[in-house]
Design a protein around this ligand. Sequence first.
Ligand SMILES: Cc1ncc(COP(=O)(O)O)c(C=O)c1O
Length: 452
Amino acid sequence: MNNISLQKIQLMDASQLRRYRRIIDKLLSQKTPVLKGELLSLVEQFLARKASFLALARKHTTPFYILDKPALEMGLKAFTAAFDQHLPGCEYYYAMKVNHHPYIIKRAVAHGFGIDISSGRELMIALRCGAKKLVFSGPGKTLAELELAVSHSDKVIINLDSFQELARLNQVASKKRRSVRAGVRIFTRYHNVWNKFGIDLTELPEFWRKSQEYPSISLQGIQFHMSWNENARPYALVIKELAGCLVQKFTKAELATIKFIDFGGGFRPYLSEGYYPWGTLAGSLIKTVDDHLGQMSHFKDKYYITAAVPIDRYAYGIGQAIKKYLQPLVNCVYYTEPGRIIANGAMHVMLQVVDVKSPQKIIADGGINIVGWERFLHDYFPLINLTNPDRREVSSCIYGSLCMPDDLWGYTCFAKKIKLGDYILVPNQGGLTFSLAQNFIKPIPPVYFLNK
Ligand SMILES: Cc1ncc(COP(=O)(O)O)c(C=O)c1O
């Protein structure tokens, strides 16, 4: 759609462009405005702990990561409480790819979680952190990884990604004279970009029967996953689709061999982040039109907050769908693989202002190599000036210290003013940042613990 519109835009004259822009403007203005009050409560939670954050900043050289122990405990407890209530007996596997810090893995294990791994490297880290049960999912598992998983088959369930992987795993397992527990990952018509993983749901009955030809494999479960869900609906749709396949294509005896169904992770954190108007389809078109008109784009709303529901609403919706569609068919255990929802709030980044070029152009001492990607061009996170805080945001670009224009932390900051030496907190950076960090120009900074 973007491409078609871009071609159209290129053919328009100035008056057509202006008319078109007004139409898209209207589309964008129909969006939910920023939830200012609710975001403020998030900022206030951090400001209430300002003294603890500042104590760390005065003790250590910036930049650094903060591993927020109370927030991690809260995240783990909130998750298990929600699913214990709405889906009793559910088992949890923390997706360590989202943040592989050993402390996070160890605390997840201490709370009774298994670990979801996607490589031999992750398998070894998880075992060193005391993991007692693991699910191994991911495409293109190498021979060496399969061998490693098979040699730990007492702890590892391998979620297979294809028919070829099924045959390869059987070879590896029979060579080692081991029997391995396995699941199979599926995708459905709802999986969109997530259809690179696993087999098509329509192939599931054939896969189940094929596995009988491989004596070293005990196929016991079905897994699916997609990230970035804002509520329980995508899970419910897939659960209904899967149930339809099981009803129509599985015999009673086959249904009895299903020991687990794993509905993956994908729970977006509640009130934690946002996105910019130009990240929406309408906003990107406005920007394109403005570029053609040779003018700067101005948007009424600075950003929108991502509209994810709290975790107990996900748990309730998934629990209801399972009760309705799967429990009448299959007597099995349910697994889930949360990542971001656990790790997101468990880490923050502390920066210090090293240069004030103008009130609108600030340079911080840490760059986006700390988070590993140009996330802040697209994702909004509140920046909080802990030295001169305010409940209101000032417009001020806070850049990092790397030699790249995209090295930006944000366009606004909760601050009265921003001065040289001020400490800037970038909250909720625990998900897919620390694990993507790069030694690029500057080194990856250290992690310090916040105890309260
Ligand atoms: C197989 C699998 N499970 C779980 C997760 C965790 O997803 P999320 O962080 O969205 O909960 C991922 C992340 O990509 C994944 O690939």
